[in-house]
Design a binder for this molecule. Sequence first.
Ligand SMILES: [Zn+2]
Length: 417
Amino acid sequence: MPPRTTALAGLTVLALALTASASTGRLLAEPPTAAGPSAQARATTLGRCLIGGDLGVQMSEGIPTGPGYSRSTGTVRALNLMVDFSDAPGEGRAQDRLGEFFPQTTDWFRTSSYGRVDYRPEAPLQDWLRMPKPFKAYGIERGAPFDPGYRELVDDIVAAADPDVDFAAYDLVNILVTPNAGPSALDTVLSVTFAGNHEAPVADGVPISNASFVYSRQDDGSGNYDQTGYRVLPHENGHVFGLPDLYTQDGGGAVGHWDIMSEDWGANNDLLAWHKWKLGWIDDKQVDCASAPGTTEHLLTPLARTGGTKLAFVPLTKETGFAVEVRTRAGNDEVVCRPGVLVYRIDADVDTGHGPVTVFDSTRDSGGCTRSPNVHTELSDAPFTPGETFTDRSSGVRVTVAGADLDGNYRVHITRR
Ligand SMILES: [Zn+2]
């Protein structure tokens, strides 16, 4: 493993997801998952596969996503403000900072959502928006809570931008901070999202409840910054759509490079099928719910391809289950080195950053199959290939890869008690 990879291993602990207390949420007229069928109809067809967490979980893997987050399908209007400070004046043009993230972020969402997200980045202010206080005065550090520093910062952003910006016209806000404010991302990642935060300051009649803050540059020194550096933004925006962090204190060891909420450094990657279902990018009819005892067969199409069945789910309890999907090197997945059937466990009652998803490695302690920098190596060869079986002794669940056809579709047999 090259030294650079070693040095960065701990840095896969990326941007924190901080959410407002669930008790502060209010019901919206139009929940984020409004595009789907009604909750009652879903419960009938998908039954036990609509797992959920209890109310104590701030940001849960459960479906449907709770109220208060940004819509995740259709037209999503993103307000981008480039912010600088007297002790960290913007270097170069603010438009160049914007250009580090667009159009790549727009393309990423279009590809990952099969065209269901029409992400419209707007930057009504051309220049740096200068804050009235120096950067140091806001006390911004990794893990800083919303109060008091971020509240002050948002208050100051609103005051400075409001004459020229209609905050009510946007679904989410991206604050692209000048990269010279704060430490290098190699030292500590400050980027953060406050999602579903209805106690946020109000502008133009709406709370700034879904806002992503991006600091520094995620430049891994591989010379690929212009291709990979934007990826922190789709990660942060994943939070405004209600997705939790999948990395833990120990880094990306639970999910590896199989989801941008786990690793947003290095080569491009996609989201898990479970997340795409949660976001409304996969229809209910593209999900097989394996809740009946016995053995069932499922024909899964590659996740990166539009159409077909994308996910088989094996519910275990009201909060947990196993997910099964096909990952190949295509679409946003640039470094898949062992295509096949990915099996992982969802725990909807485990909170963001504490390991709500665990990928099972078909080849444990193999050292993985990728050499790509900043990609979790061990789990890179996690998928199961034809003839292989995943077995969970405690639940009695077995997932066997029965075969793959010439079109890249996989037949999977699921056996459960
Ligand atoms: Zn995050």
